[in-house]
Design a binder for this molecule. Structure first.
Ligand SMILES: [Zn+2]
Ligand SMILES: [Zn+2]
Length: 178
């Protein structure tokens, strides 16, 4: 596996803490490509991170700011959403516990050294800050299910209830979206 620059050795974090500003977009673009997300970066994202080591692990606090372009969930028009999030995470040192009480952590031991997976942490915060149901406007009318016309821009000739009355029962069924 490729060594990621955001895979931080804890040894290199001074006792007074570390401050990082991340303007490199590859962290986001790689994740977006890997998970095939329909997200484009509209305004480059800027992450600021402060890491404080404690006896038990690392306190990671920071912000991610920028803007994303995401298709509307109903009409698929590209829409710009500002992204602005503040997070505060505590990552415990990997537990010695046997059994299933081991806490989840983004600190892992490799070759006798402890590393903080900052890219994984930032990616998770990015995903949490991304709109779950992006809409161009709260009352977006979406696409006509029959002809695909954007109902925000045009009134198509399709009428609900038109067509073969024997099929009407099927029209009242909702089709789960992919
Ligand atoms: Zn829309
Ligand atoms: Zn239509």
């Amino acid at each position: 596996m490729q060594q990621h620059p955001f895979h931080l050795p804890l040894l290199e974090i001074p006792a007074s803490g570390a401050q990082l500003t991340i303007t490199d977009q590859t962290l986001w673009t790689e994740g977006i490509a890997e998970f095939h997300l329909a997200i484009e970066i509209q305004t480059p994202l800027r992450a600021t991170v402060s890491i404080q080591k404690t006896q038990e692990g690392c306190l990671v606090e920071g912000t991610i700011e920028g803007a994303l372009c995401i298709p509307c969930n109903r009409c698929l028009d590209p829409c710009v959403f500002p992204l602005s999030t503040h997070f505060r995470d505590f990552e415990p040192l990997p537990g010695e516990d046997e059994g299933d009480l081991v806490e989840e952590t983004r600190i892992a031991e490799e070759n006798g050294n402890l590393f903080l997976d900052l890219s994984g942490l930032l990616w998770e915060e990015f995903v949490l800050a991304t709109p779950i149901n992006p809409l161009c406007t709260p009352d977006c009318k979406g696409l006509c299910p029959q002809c695909g016309a954007n109902r925000n821009r045009e009134t198509c000739q399709c009428h609900e209830g038109a067509g073969d009355p024997r099929l009407a029962v099927f029209r009242s069924l909702s089709i789960p979206s992919k």
